[in-house]
Design a protein around this ligand. Structure first.
Ligand SMILES: [Cu+2]
Length: 173
């Protein structure tokens, strides 16, 4: 029960943070997330009024930008089919994802491994649709496998620690 409450609270805080970000630089703000993509889109639309003019080209929904450089994405090259496993802590304290920036081929399976109740995973910017789901409950074996069906660059972050835990996956044909 506690974890459910904390997830709900986290969601409310994230929405509040996204509202505060409107009109300013939203690079470090938590994105407006909710349990469903529809809700996230609605929240983003509600915030979009203040910066429609200079946000063209960014996915609408108020997400922060992808915080991996092209060099970082290219440096961790898994396009040869090597497994990409992105790890994070089970414990509550935040620590940056390992293997947080990487490049894979279309169709690759990416494994996120860690405690999702303590560090809910959510999409964060990049191309749309972002195949990285919102997952706030611990997974069997602490592993979630996400298949990347389309080319693009897809950001993700921890809902609770978005300024400390973030990354992106570039998917190439
Ligand atoms: Cu976290």
């Amino acid at each position: 029960m506690r974890s459910i409450l904390s997830v709900l609270l986290g969601g409310a805080l994230a929405l509040a943070g996204a509202g505060a970000a409107c009109g300013g630089d939203d690079a470090a703000e938590p994105s407006a997330d909710a349990a469903s993509a529809d809700a996230a889109v609605e929240a983003g639309d509600a915030n979009a009024g203040g910066h429609d003019g200079h946000d063209a080209g960014r996915v609408d929904a108020g997400p922060p930008p992808i915080r991996c450089t092209d060099e970082e994405l290219a440096a961790n090259d898994k396009t040869d089919g090597g497994a990409l496993v992105i790890t994070f802590l089970n414990a509550a304290n935040p620590r940056q994802y390992e293997n947080r920036c990487a490049t894979v081929k279309v169709g690759a399976s990416v494994t996120f491994s860690g405690g999702f109740a303590q560090h809910p995973l959510q999409a964060a910017g990049g191309d749309s649709p972002n195949p990285i789901p919102y997952v706030a409950e611990d997974q069997p074996g602490d592993e979630l496998v996400v298949t990347m069906p389309n080319a693009g660059t897809f950001g993700y972050e921890c809902e609770f620690h978005p300024t400390l835990m973030f990354g992106a996956i570039r998917v190439v044909p």
